[in-house]
Ligand binder design. Sequence first.
Ligand code: PMP
Length: 428
Amino acid sequence: TGDDMLRRRQFHFAQVQEIYYQQPPQIERGWQHHLIDIRGRSYLDMMNNVTILGHGHPEIAAAAADQWQLLNTNSRFHYEVLGELCSQLSDLAPAGLDEVLLVNSGTEAVDLALRMAGAATGRSAVVTVKEAYHGWSMGSDAVSTSLADNPSALETRPEWVHLAAAPNTYRGIYRGPDSGPRYVADIARQLSELDSRGIAVAAFISESFYGNAGGVPLPREYLAGVYELIRARGGVCIADEVQVGFGRLGEYFWGFEEQRVVPDIITVAKSMGNGHPLGAVITTREIADAFRGEGSFFSSAGGSGLSCRIGLTVLQVLERENLQRNATEVGAHLKAELLHLMETHHIIGAVHGMGLYLGVELVRDRDTLEAAREETFAICERLRERGVIVQPTADRQNVLKIKPPLCLSMSSATFFVQQLDEVLTRGW
Ligand code: PMP
């Protein structure tokens, strides 16, 4: 039964992460933006930011099955889908970012990006912003500052990592979309201080939209200002597009387009494989060349025939089903409806983000911005009872994470808003 399965999981699956919900539904099947449990009950999936095309996409399943039978070997061999995927990714990236390395996850992509930045500069110092998540390996965890994932993140930091203020325009040290220059001035001061200690920076890493904070946009001109400071010192700029990239923003394929910058290294994963483990680093020839010969790099499954075929099919379906446009249209509708809820429900402090990369920040007081953490968990439970899956995110766990598959329909978006409205009206 479902209860036995849950007990077995709790006994044998190392308890290093919490399971969602006090009474978790046992999910059996996924279809588009729906999850179906063992009792046949359907849930609207408002938060799976990996399955960009939706769950159970028949074309991905068919392509995967075909490739499994045909060939699945590693990137030391030459096969068509590998070259094809790398060339399509470099076409999608800005001019000059022509080299691709394939891995299995966002964590690996970030780790590799940090190593490449080290190789290209001969340095190790990295600047990362607070309240960010970039992965769980030694390297990516070191630049992850999210307190939700690791409450002692800011205390146990390797000495090569330097922290910059969280450029959170809603609740950071400076607020509002025009606060960019003030954050940049702070980083300029930090870098001068490092200069005076003889510490040269290898890289700056950030998301282009603040994912861990719940989809808060960076202040205007923030990345342009920071990138200039880093490049003036010979460092490289890494855009972590693992969550925000690949059309989720609707209007922009890449998050950094919104900031009008071009990074030196892009990391991608999640959406790229629609749930199959697949990630990539996209960078310049110069950086890739510097990395060659610096330690080893080979991934047994990264860039396998199977992964590449899935990656290519994801790109094909994304385009043919116009999912980026759907993210723009359904996302705009959803955001407008959520903003409308703010008028009646004072617990909603802000609706962040764009496209289908949204966050509803819940606060006890719109002036003090006191985080409504317990309320957010309770609201998620009530929504689950009503057939909607959504989760708390951000350092204070007070933001409803709304990052559904990009096939989300208008009617499902409306259903979600209605359910949220009712939960907020009736209480949680
Ligand atoms: N970077 C960002 C911005 C992420 O959101 C995540 C995953 N939440 C990662 C890196 C790590 O990706 P993965 O879980 O695939 O290792």
